[in-house]
Design a protein around this ligand. Structure first.
Ligand SMILES: Cc1ncc(COP(=O)(O)O)c(C=O)c1O
Length: 438
């Protein structure tokens, strides 16, 4: 294969059958569409190139900077494409949670601007959410910008309707019976689903999202997915949740048993596909076919894996980790309402731990609160309790979900008086309780 430009090598990715001895399905041939083998490393290469390509000549002419709301694969691909054309690229993102992806983006020449998450509850007098601020900054910018706008740009969907979907049909000699994909911007699943259904309306499409309050890098939770401009629930016959543990289990099987060095969303897609198909498989009398997407590779996620499954990287499994909590433990976590918390704070002077980002904390916080960002608090607890059992503790996060998990963990560790602030800093703010700024 000879190419004039690396961008000509985007797409035409392999469709590889998973060994039935690994997946165990009797009547379904399961195929992985290996988007991780695209030159910049992911399914988003097609999206980035299709969005940027028609604008590049004008951008070069005006010296525009490419900007995109992305903390991962779209940013990686755009950074490379920008560099190849002598343009600058800026990635605007909520908190960057995977350090090696941030470092890789910097290595690729990206500028990074981190915005706080909308749910982090900043200054209550500022009603503008971070996305609005981003769009204001775009329109108010003095220098020319090329905003590729992956969450709204129809060329995101089109990249997959023109490439990924038709490739699957060609390779299988028809549409599969099921198509299973993780949903981030919804571009790849929508583009592929549209083409498959046009070929055969009976194709069933399963969209996978991360479980509520969980984090699988690259995809959205069931609640978050509705904020995406390209997302249309009618694209999917069902939307199903995968949690980070299941994604890692699926990923390890793809890596160790199938030779596919997939990242967590590839693992989520494999796990979600099998869970969906297993029961159906038992009822089938003729052969069927299913395809799932492996979006990217594992190497960028080592810290994510170390955090959740240290034993996979030669470490020892943490004795105290929120990933090990049961739903019942989290549901039973000690909590306190804003109304009850105020006299309780005055009476027992608990250690107030604010689990939000440093950005959100420094904008506004409860008096006397210390800021330990949730992931760092998780790391601290792996070593044991960092405060006395006699010290009452109040945990606060944006809406009371993360703090409930940590309150459950502290309870499991034997802490007799730790509580999660119900409704989090948002509820505290909405009740008019005092917040301060340094
Ligand atoms: C690792 C990973 N998996 C899956 C997806 C989902 O793809 P899409 O944005 O097309 O829904 C993304 C999107 O950024 C991703 O980065």
């Amino acid at each position: 294969m000879r190419y004039d430009s690396i961008t000509d090598a985007i797409g035409n990715t392999p469709l590889v059958r998973i060994d039935p001895a690994v997946h165990g399905l009797r009547s379904i041939d399961l195929y992985a569409k290996l988007e991780m083998l695209s030159p910049f490393g992911s399914v988003k290469d097609r999206t980035a190139w299709n969005m940027a390509r028609p604008e590049l000549a004008a951008a070069v002419e005006s010296g525009s900077q490419i900007v995109e709301l992305s903390s991962g694969n779209t940013a990686k691909a755009l950074a490379v494409i920008a560099g190849m054309h002598g343009l600058r690229f800026k990635s605007v993102t909520n908190r960057m949670r995977i350090p090696e992806i941030k470092e890789l983006l910097l290595l690729l020449g990206a500028e990074i601007e981190e915005l706080p998450g909308q749910s982090e509850c900043l200054d209550p007098t500022n009603t503008e959410d971070p996305l609005t601020l981003f769009h204001q900054a775009l329109s108010g910018s003095d220098s020319p910008l090329l905003h590729t706008d992956q969450y709204f740009n129809p060329r995101n969907i089109q990249a997959h309707a023109a490439g990924t979907g038709p490739e699957i049909i060609t390779d299988l000699g028809g549409a599969p019976d099921w198509f299973i994909a993780c949903v981030g911007t919804a571009g790849s699943s929508t583009g592929v689903a549209t083409v498959l259904r046009a070929h055969d309306p009976s194709v069933r499409v399963v969209g996978l999202v991360a479980a509520k309050s969980d984090f699988i890098p690259g995809i959205r939770t069931r609640d978050e997915v509705h904020e995406v401009g390209l997302f249309d629930p009618r694209t999917y016959d069902s939307i199903e949740e995968v949690d980070s543990g299941e994604a890692i289990d699926g990923m390890v099987t793809l890596i160790r048993r199938c030779g596919m060095l997939a990242g967590p969303t590839g693992g989520a897609a494999y796990f979600g596909a099998l869970r969906h198909l297993r029961e159906i498989d038992a009822t089938l009398t003729e052969r069927k076919t299913a395809v799932f997407i492996v979006c990217d590779r594992v190497e960028s996620y080592l810290s994510y894996i170390r955090h959740r499954r240290p034993e996979l990287l030669g470490g020892t499994r943490a004795r105290h980790a929120i990933g090990d909590l049961t739903a019942a433990e989290v549901a039973a976590a000690p909590a306190i309402s804003v109304q009850d918390a105020r006299p309780w704070i005055d009476a027992v002077r608990p250690l107030v731990i604010d689990l939000r980002s440093t950005f959100a904390y420094s904008a506004l916080h409860m008096a006397g609160a210390v800021n330990i960002v949730d992931e760092i608090f998780g790391e601290l607890l792996r070593g044991g309790l960092p405060f006395s059992l006699k010290q009452p503790v109040l945990l606060a996060c944006p809406v009371g979900e993360q703090s409930a998990r940590y309150a459950a963990l502290l309870t499991r560790m034997g802490h007799p008086d730790c509580r999660s602030l119900t409704g989090g800093i948002v509820a505290w703010r909405d009740a008019g309780a005092p917040l301060e700024r340094d």
